[in-house]
Design a protein around this ligand. Structure first.
Ligand SMILES: O=C(CO)[C@H](O)[C@H](O)COP(=O)(O)O
Length: 151
């Protein structure tokens, strides 16, 4: 797969994300600190990676910051993106199954190297659900991109 990744620092597992993806045979595009250590704007670099997915230049993205919250919020601002902040493999599997998540957001504070491997194992092994109720929910989620606030 083509996977865009972004981090706002080189803390924790930041550098391992791209290395682990390449070890699994994915084609990785790097944004933010993992491309240039001085590029630390979590909002912009997360949106850059998410835009690759929305624009069809990447199949998925992984965005990370210290908490994971800013990275996930920024990615979710990009129309077409369903970013999920995951701290363990069970959450990652659920994000793929129920949310058809196309961006994985990570906390560099919370995710250790072994947990990163578990999360990636679950993320890539789990397809999106084809159950009718899940398809309805994800379809509704996609309409939210185009609704004015409060509608
Ligand atoms: O978690 C984050 C945003 O959600 C950032 O990684 C955090 O704010 C970065 O802090 P600093 O600029 O002090 O390194």
């Amino acid at each position: 797969m083509r996977i865009s990744i972004a981090t706002d620092s080189l803390d924790g597992v930041a550098s391992l994300i791209g290395d682990e993806l390449e070890r699994r045979g994915h084609l990785v595009t790097r944004y933010g600190a993992v491309a240039d250590p001085t590029d630390t704007d979590w909002a912009r670099v997360s949106a850059d990676a998410a835009r690759d997915v929305a624009g069809g230049m990447a199949d998925m993205a992984i965005v990370a910051c210290w908490t994971g919250t800013g990275a996930s919020i920024a990615a979710n601002k990009v129309p077409g993106i369903r970013a999920a902040l995951c701290t363990d493999a069970v959450t990652a599997a659920g994000a793929r199954t129920w949310n058809n998540a196309n961006v994985l957001a990570l906390s560099l504070r919370l995710v250790s190297a072994p947990t990163l491997v578990e999360i990636l194992d679950a993320w890539f092994a789990t397809p999106a659900s084809t159950q009718a109720d899940d398809l309805v929910s994800v379809s509704y989620l996609n309409t939210l991109d185009h609704l004015p606030p409060n509608d």
